[in-house]
Design a binder for this molecule. Structure first.
Ligand SMILES: Cc1cc2nc3c(=O)[nH]c(=O)nc-3n(C[C@H](O)[C@H](O)[C@H](O)COP(=O)(O)OP(=O)(O)OC[C@H]3O[C@@H](n4cnc5c(N)ncnc54)[C@H](O)[C@@H]3O)c2cc1C
Length: 336
């Protein structure tokens, strides 16, 4: 621990206890640092919000952090197994996590950075940190469609489980794994499902073992899919679907707009991180440090082109780069 540190002064604060923030904290801890994680909900909050019965597409060893083995009953972990794994690793490590505390701002100042936060209990807090790792993910920020009716209560950008949709007319927008998995679950509870997807064929990212299943359901007309189509309007009882053939309307009770997520990078600008022309933050991929010395990115928040370019399999190693860089700074007698 650095003796210069005052009370409420931290050497390293990590914002977000997702798998990548957690992995970064554990690597820092292994190398002798004592990071503090501030998490607005609880450990791996995003995963706890994923579809209840989901299975990861990654095999368990590709999701491991801190070299702790992750073994599962089947070849792919369930959401529950992943929750169990990450929370056990976090608890056993003794890493400091301030849960149910949201960081609202990061401002650069003469002491490094000042972070302002609020706990769910209502209290406000201020921290001073020499280094900040932003690992806030993307799951809170769905890609919106920007069409009339999107704000209505029957539209959701998240899918949890199928039961509430039993027997209903449901339109799913999107063609990724999330959309296809949801369609298959919904069909099993008797929902009448139409997938509306702008691609001209099934997405190449669909899990290979799921592709024949969805194709079979579509061939048997148990699920309908409209390729090269988009929903242009949602009314209380219908949706409007546009394609090269024109616009048509279908009866509808619920819309699941499963069109992906994007990282919220509001902190970055405040703290002086510049954006590249495409709107992505400037950082060194070798160290994960942004153009502001002392501000690092870990996990999905560092995605450049598509949020899906970084996932747990890859983002779990960002902490190693950050730790190596901080050690290097320490060795070169720069204050860390
Ligand atoms: C359905 C689904 C299935 C997936 N399957 C796989 C898979 O099989 N393999 C794989 O590798 N990846 C998979 N992914 C992707 C993977 O889950 C994400 O890449 C991963 O969660 C990213 O981790 P992260 O730590 O960067 O962000 P997140 O997991 O999103 O964590 C960010 C954390 O930051 C917290 N936070 C945000 N803002 C603040 C704030 N202001 N203050 C404090 N805390 C804050 C959030 O509460 C959250 O806990 C899947 C994703 C989905 C949606």
């Amino acid at each position: 621990m650095n003796p210069e540190l005052e009370q409420n002064q931290e050497q390293i604060i990590i914002i977000g206890a997702g798998p990548c923030g957690l992995a970064a904290a554990l690597e820092l801890q292994t190398q002798g640092f004592n990071p503090l994680i501030i998490e607005k909900r609880n450990v791996v909050h995003s995963i706890s919000q994923y579809p209840v019965y989901m299975q990861f597409f990654s095999s368990p060893e590709l999701l491991e952090i801190a070299n702790v083995p992750f073994t599962t009953a089947h070849d792919k972990p369930s959401r529950l197994e992943a929750l169990n794994y990450y929370r056990s690793v976090a608890l056993r490590s003794g890493v400091r996590i301030n849960a149910y505390e949201t960081v609202n701002s990061i401002v650069r100042d003469r002491r490094g950075f000042t972070l302002a936060s609020t706990r769910t209990s209502g209290t406000s807090h201020t921290y001073h940190a020499k280094n900040v790792v932003i690992a806030t993910g993307y799951f809170d920020h769905p890609n919106l469609l920007g069409i009339p009716g999107e704000e209505s209560e029957k539209v959701s950008h998240f899918f949890r489980e199928a039961h509430p949709y039993t027997g209903m007319n449901v339109v799913i927008i999107g063609g990724s794994n999330s959309a296809i998995d949801a369609a298959l679950e919904l069909e099993r509870v008797g929902a009448k499902v139409t997938i509306v997807y702008r691609g001209e064929d099934y997405s190449s990212s669909i899990k290979p073992w799921v592709l024949p299943v969805i194709k079979g359901k579509v061939a048997k007309e148990r699920i309908h899919i409209r390729f090269q189509s988009k929903v242009s309007e949602i009314t209380p009882t219908e949706v409007y679907i546009e394609s090269a053939q024109g616009t048509n309307r279908i009866p509808n009770d619920f819309v699941l707009a499963l069109t992906g997520f994007h990282p919220d990078r509001k902190f970055l600008g405040e703290a002086g991180v510049t954006m590249e022309e495409e709107g992505y933050p400037t950082f060194n991929p070798e160290t994960m440090e942004t153009n502001v010395p002392g501000i690092y990115l870990a996990g999905v928040v560092a995605s450049r082109h598509e949020a899906n370019e970084i996932f747990i399999e890859t983002g779990r190693f960002h902490g190693n780069k950050i730790t190596a860089h901080l050690l290097q700074k320490q060795q070169s007698t720069q204050t860390v």
